[in-house]
Design a protein around this ligand. Structure first.
Ligand SMILES: *Cc1c(COP(=O)(O)O)cnc(C)c1O
Length: 374
């Protein structure tokens, strides 16, 4: 059996990355905000980090990071995890039993991009439903809750995603999250928030993450995306949740030893990076407006709320993979997310000049494909 490690133009030769990076114009890598590299300040903090064995609870830097994350989110405790996928899986595992159902949006990360771990490892069934622009309402959730009958599998957990990645970085109004939590709790259900990009959502709303996650039972967020840390995610919640989470983290192979080396970068990311996410948001808006003006590409710039821009390329006569492949040699890297949808993600390693250059290339490439009568 063989797998493609990554799809479309993600099959990038690392040597080519290095070469292109040396050209005066460099590469505009808009595939994801996971490609961000640690800042000099992060590297310094990593080099100087105080460390200990975190499985023994003795790494002072990890302990500081967990405490700060809890404070910032207004939760009792936090836990440093190697990846967002593991953070989500730990939360699902804590809140469910084998045979339970987890309600999530159709396009959500937990449903599509976590290797079915909620089934394969936690023993749960995803119960998917569709929200407008990826954002669920209580009514939509309520409609898929299983009745309390002994021969039906039972709903245990609602999993929300903010921002909603595959819906184009859309944002939950805080009152709507609150409403979902109130109703879910009244029925004895837990709510987990996949907040991989919760700080981008906070920037869009002008709200703070503690307020936005006040009623969810657990939250996961990524240090390694827009916040720019090289590795790591966090989960936060009540003491009892984190205590169980720590056990599952170890069970899943995520107990790390002198993890302070990476937690140090996470601390810098957590303290410094949220304040600059407005720049990424403005850059995403500019991208969306530029794309809307290119004949053959379709997007509604009003729907672009954070750092993710997804546009439709069906009118170009090319698939998303084909379009990404044509853009690639020009040093503009994008990610296909559907047969005709292309995703561009803005982040701290892409400045306004690069955004303008990406638009010029995109305009050019699309004009050429149409000129060829494709
Ligand atoms: C990136 C991401 C995750 C976690 O991804 P990892 O690569 O495992 O860190 C989870 N949810 C969403 C919405 C994401 O975008």
């Amino acid at each position: 059996m063989s797998y493609t490690v990554a799809k479309g133009n993600q099959r990038v030769d690392p040597n080519q990355v290095a070469e292109l990076g040396k050209t005066p114009e460099g590469v505009v890598d808009l595939r994801s905000d996971t490609v961000t590299r640690p800042t000099p300040e992060m590297r310094r903090a990593m080099a100087e980090a105080e460390v200990g064995d975190d499985v023994y609870g003795e790494d002072p830097t990890v302990n500081r990071l967990e405490k700060r994350a809890a404070e910032i989110f207004g939760k009792e405790a936090g836990l440093f995890v190697p990846t967002g996928c593991m953070g989500n899986l730990i939360a699902i595992k804590v809140w469910t039993h084998h045979g339970d159902e987890v309600i999530c949006e159709e396009r959500s990360h937990v449903n599509l991009y976590e290797l079915a771990s909620m089934s394969a490892i936690a023993g749960c069934m995803p119960r998917v439903t569709r929200g407008e622009d990826g954002i669920l309402t209580w009514k939509q959730i309520e409609a898929v809750i299983r009745p309390k009958i002994y021969y039906d599998s039972q709903t245990a957990l609602v999993c929300l995603e903010n921002t909603s990645n595959m819906a184009g970085g859309t944002v939950y109004p805080t009152a709507q999250v609150q409403d979902i939590c109130d109703h879910a709790h009244a029925l004895g259900l837990k709510v987990h928030l996949d907040g991989a990009r919760i700080f981008n959502a906070a920037t869009a709303l002008g709200d703070n993450v503690a307020q936005m996650t006040r009623s969810v039972d657990s939250v996961m967020f990524c240090l390694s995306k827009g916040l720019g840390a090289p590795v790591g995610s966090m989960i936060a919640g009540a003491h009892a949740f984190i205590e169980k989470g720590r056990v599952y983290r170890k069970m899943f192979g995520g107990g790390m030893r002198q993890a302070g080396v990476i937690a140090a970068a996470g601390l810098v990311a957590l303290e410094e990076s949220p304040a600059r996410l407005g720049i990424d948001q403005e850059n995403a808006k500019r991208l969306a407006e530029g794309i809307a003006a290119i004949r053959g590409l379709r997007i509604d710039p009003k729907k672009v709320r954070s750092n993710i821009v997804i546009f439709d390329c069906s009118k170009t006569g090319k698939t998303a993979v084909e379009l990404c492949d044509v853009l690639h040699p020009y040093g503009v890297w994008a990610q296909d997310t559907g047969l005709h949808s292309v995703r561009l993600v803005t982040h701290c390693d892409v400045d306004r000049g690069s955004i303008e250059r990406a638009l010029v290339v995109l305009q050019d490439v699309v004009a050429k494909t149409q000129g060829a009568g494709a």
